[in-house]
Design a protein around this ligand. Structure first.
Ligand code: GTP
Ligand code: SPV
Ligand code: MN
Length: 589
């Protein structure tokens, strides 16, 4: 097939990848519906995709991955900077020469009887000054179809790139899906990503975590901007004014849910609305007004299916009703529809589980869907999508929110005293691990800014970059911390969460507008109990008070964990963070 560009940088690189992988055929993805349609048909014929009930779910397909390939593999993910020191203590490292050599051995001839697809894509609206261009070369139709939902692909991207050499070079080969030869290599200094032997989203949709976070975080360091694991939402008040906030929660800790939140009835009646700009990734820049402006570099949602239902996240569910790909959920063979845990109380009797085994959801004790099963849905399907979600210059950010899953310790919400203190709060975030990555679930670990698995360089330098951005922005966002996941002695959540989180967001916006006072505490500003609206909730002031309490003993125990974590960074830990730690220690005495 004829190349879709004359860009010699692109063509030279593609030739190199062809010589390595030796594909039987090469196809350029032009983004046309015609081409996508024939790829869907081919994938359905080979069994890679299964068409769902087209009356119920027009344009929707089903896909299953291998049982050993269902989540990001952090121990197989490497930052291959030239100097080991520059990957830092929180990343796996291999030297570029070793990684290219190993990658070449694995990818050599790996496409011999397959078609190679070349996907030109833009992260961010095509042609926006905030956007960046990448290519993904892959031997997977599933990847092509997912990338087409998650990013903007095709000829229009090449038209913007012209002859430039400024693009990210991504290579993905399924190879034999051999777990022992599975690697996700990032070469930040070469704008290059190589991924082999996986077919799971986070490892193979290279625009997402690999480019838009790991490579982009490094580009942001060099070019004075930020790439963050953050949702973006707009809150409209009854006067029609919209304030935007971002929030960084670790994987499977509630970003998609917060981004698509529906305010409680009382607020809706008054005219409050929430607008979704993005659910996973933000790229932030300082503009002339001294504020941070954010774009969502993605065009779709790769969201967690289990737990998504009409009540918990109506907007996400609606987003998946057409043109969506479902991965590793359960199938209902009676009407060829999908099901997952907590979708409704009516699991299929005549079903297949995520492994493809016959499954009766009414009697089986096994789960039907994998806990990390996902939907890939176009953002434009979302009923709450913001009219500004593709604004080329982004939206101005009033507040940034950090949060994680903490059964104890962290209160429902608090505000940092300053940008510097806010960076400390983000750098000391901790959260219980989830099924989004392989490994144990429910173990508390430090996950600074929700970027532990996604920072493409030394995390000490990353903290310094955050501090620096706050100095460069004359009007940076206010920084907050939330915890929706505090539990009682029986392990039950104390806070209702989901849509009710709007009550906390309301307080955050009021703080940004200087409309409410707060109580000073050792850890920062806490809400006055009367300032969080609990009207219509099954909640007493006493219970809310518990949720807002700061237990000195558990915070002092936490400090030990912070110190241990900070010690890893040696002299690359900014002094400002050491100062903040000392302040916290003194405050807790
Ligand atoms: P990634 O896509 O992995 O980055 O995850 P995410 O941060 O977008 O997580 P998501 O919103 O998909 O939520 C993951 C899980 O947390 C789901 O099972 C939700 O039902 C649950 N969850 C989300 N918000 C809340 C909340 O406010 N309270 C409680 N208890 N659970 C929540
Ligand atoms: C996450 O794990 O944070 C995700 C899903 O958003 S993945 O794309 O697999 O990384
Ligand atoms: Mn994520």
């Amino acid at each position: 097939m004829k190349a879709l560009t004359k860009n010699s940088n692109v063509l030279k690189w593609i030739d190199d990848v062809i010589s390595m992988t030796k594909p039987a055929d090469v196809m350029w993805i032009d983004g046309s519906e015609e081409q996508l349609k024939s790829l869907r048909e081919e994938a359905c014929e080979s069994g890679e995709l299964r068409p769902l009930n087209q009356e119920k779910y027009p344009g929707c397909y089903y896909h299953r991955t291998k049982p050993n390939d269902v989540a990001r593999m952090e121990d197989r993910t490497f930052i291959c900077s030239n100097e080991k020191e520059n990957a830092g203590p929180t990343n796996n490292w291999k030297s570029p020469s070793e990684a290219y050599k190993l990658g070449t051995e694995i990818l050599e001839n790996s496409m011999a009887n397959r078609t190679m697809y070349i996907i030109p894509y833009s992260m961010g609206p095509v042609g926006s000054p905030f956007s960046k261009i990448g290519f993904e070369i892959t031997d997977s139709i599933y990847v092509v179809l997912n990338m087409n939902i998650m990013t903007r692909v095709g000829q229009k991207v090449l038209d913007v790139l012209e002859d430039s050499n400024d693009f990210v070079r991504g290579v993905h080969g399924k190879c034999n899906l051999d777990e022992n030869k599975r690697y996700i290599f990032h070469f930040p200094e070469d704008n290059t990503i190589w991924s082999c032997n996986s077919a799971y989203g986070g490892n193979v949709l290279l625009g997402k975590k690999c480019f838009a976070l790991r490579i982009a975080s490094y580009q942001g360091l060099k070019e004075n901007w930020m790439a963050e694991h953050m949702l973006i939402l707009g809150i409209e008040n009854p006067k029609g004014e919209v304030k935007y906030v971002t929030a960084a929660f670790p994987s499977a800790c509630g970003k998609t849910n917060l981004a698509m939140l529906i305010p409680p009835e009382g607020y809706r009646a008054k005219g409050y609305k929430v607008w979704t700009v993005g659910d996973d990734i933000s790229w932030l820049r300082i503009r002339e007004d001294g504020r941070l402006w954010a774009i969502n570099p993605e065009a779709g949602f790769f969201g967690v299916a289990p737990g998504t239902n009409k009540k918990s996240n109506f907007n996400a569910l609606m987003s998946t009703m057409k043109d969506t790909i479902f991965t590793n959920v359960a199938l209902n063979l009676d009407d060829n529809s999908v099901w997952w845990e907590r979708l409704d109380n009516n699991p299929p009797e005549n079903g297949l589980d995520w492994k493809g085994n016959p499954w009766n959801g009414k009697t089986s004790k096994e789960k039907g869907a994998h806990p990390n099963s996902r939907f890939t849905a176009p953002a434009k399907n979302c009923p709450s999508i913001s009219p500004n979600w593709e604004a080329p210059e982004g939206v101005p950010i009033s507040a940034m929110i950090f949060g994680g899953r903490r059964a104890k310790t962290a209160p429902l919400v608090y505000q940092s005293r300053s940008w510097k203190h806010g960076v400390f709060v983000g750098s000391t975030m901790a959260s219980e691990t989830t099924a989004a990555a392989t490994g144990k679930v429910g173990v508390v670990r430090r996950d600074p800014m929700a970027m532990l698995p996604f920072c493409g360089y030394h995390m000490g330098d990353y903290f310094a970059h955050w501090l620096d951005m706050g100095k460069k922005a004359s009007n940076p966002p206010k920084i907050f911390h939330v915890n929706w996941f505090r539990t009682n002695d029986k392990g039950e959540f104390l806070w209702p969460g989901y849509g009710e989180n709007f009550r906390v967001i309301e307080w955050i916006i009021k703080r940004c507008e200087n409309e409410v006072d707060a109580n000073e505490s050792p850890i920062g500003f806490l809400p006055k109990v009367d300032d969080i609206n609990i009207e219509g909730l099954n909640m007493t002031k006493e219970k809310l008070n518990d949720l807002l309490s700061v237990d000195k003993d558990s915070w002092n125990a936490d400090i030990e964990g912070i110190e241990e974590f900070f010690n890893k960074f040696g002299d690359r830990l900014p002094n400002e963070l050491k100062e903040e730690l000392n302040t916290l220690k003194n405050n807790l005495k």
